[in-house]
Design a protein around this ligand. Structure first.
Ligand code: PGA
Length: 241
C-alpha cells in the first residue's frame, strides 16, 4: 500500500514565534482530517525544537530541509543527523532544486545526504525535476532518470519519499497539468525497485488545484512551498477531497 504524505516546505520563512503562531491556527483544523494521510512540516532549523515540542501528541510530523553526510565534523554551516533526531525530527528534504541551483548540490552529494538520513532513521524526501529548457528540449525523462539513478545508489527505497518538482513550476504559479504530473510520476515509479515508494508532486500546489492533483492515480501527495505558509491554505491542502 502506498502512503499519502502532504508536506509543507517552509524554505527560509518563519521565525520561531511565527512558526508557533502557525501551529496555533493550523492544529485545530485537523480534527476531521482523514487518517489516510501523513502531514509533515519541513521548517527552518531554528524552529525545529519548539515545533517538535508543540506537535508532540499531534499527528503532524517535523521535517528539516538539509542534512550533512557526516554525523559530526568541521563543516561550518551544516547540520548533522543526530542533531535532528535528538529533537524529534523525522523527515528531511534532500536535493531540492534551490539547493542544487544556489548551493552546488549534485546528485553525488544528494546521494550521500540520503544515505546519512536513513542511517539516522530519518525519512528523506528526495526532490527531482527538470528545467523549462530541458522540458522544451525533450530531455525531461532522461534528466529525471539520471537524477534518480545517481541519487539512489545504495539508498533503501522502503524508507524514502520522492517529490517530482518540475523547476519551472516552483514558486511560479505555473502548475504542471495534473495528467502530465501523473504521467511523469508513473515513469519515475517504473524506474524504482520499490514501486510502492510514495511519490509526491510539488510546484505551485495550492488550495484550488490540490483536489485534481490528488485525484491522479500515481500522485501520492504534495510538497508545498508558498501555500504552506498560512494555516488557512495549508489546512485546505491537507484536507484535500
Ligand atoms: P511552491 O514550492 O509550492 O512555492 O511552488 C514548492 C517547493 O519548492 O517545494
Amino acid at each position: 500500500m502506498r502512503k499519502v504524505a502532504i508536506a509543507g516546505n517552509w524554505k527560509m520563512y518563519k521565525t520561531q514565534t511565527e512558526a508557533l503562531e502557525f501551529l496555533q491556527n493550523f492544529l485545530p483544523t485537523l480534527e476531521t482530517t482523514p487518517e489516510d494521510r501523513d502531514i509533515i512540516l519541513c521548517a527552518p532549523f531554528t524552529t525545529l525544537a519548539s515545533m517538535s515540542k508543540n506537535l508532540h501528541g499531534s499527528r503532524v510530523q517535523v521535517g528539516a530541509q538539509n542534512i550533512h553526510w557526516e554525523d559530526a565534523g568541521a563543516y561550518t554551516g551544516e547540520i548533522a543527523g543526530p542533531m535532528l533526531t535528538e529533537i524529534g525530527v523525522r523527515f528531511v528534504v534532500v536535493g531540492h532544486s534551490e539547493r542544487r541551483q544556489y548551493f552546488g548540490e549534485t546528485d553525488e552529494t544528494v546521494n550521500l545526504r540520503l544515505k546519512a538520513a536513513q542511517k539516522n532513521r530519518l525519512t528523506p524526501i528526495l526532490c527531482v525535476g527538470e528545467t523549462k529548457a530541458q522540458r522544451d528540449a525533450g530531455e525531461t525523462e532522461s534528466h529525471l532518470f539520471g537524477q534518480i539513478e545517481r541519487g539512489l545508489v545504495g539508498v533503501d527505497q522502503n524508507h524514502l519519499i520522492i517529490a517530482y518538482e518540475p523547476i519551472w513550476a516552483i514558486g511560479t504559479g505555473d502548475t504542471c497539468a495534473a495528467d502530465e504530473a501523473n504521467r511523469v510520476i508513473g515513469l519515475i515509479r517504473s524506474r524504482l525497485k520499490n514501486p510502492d515508494t510514495t511519490i509526491q508532486y510539488g510546484g505551485s500546489v495550492n488550495p484550488k488545484n490540490v483536489d485534481e492533483l490528488m485525484a491522479q492515480p500515481e500522485i501520492d501527495g504534495a510538497l508545498v512551498g508558498g501555500a504552506s505558509l498560512t494555516a488557512e491554505s495549508f489546512s485546505r491542502i491537507v484536507n484535500y477531497q
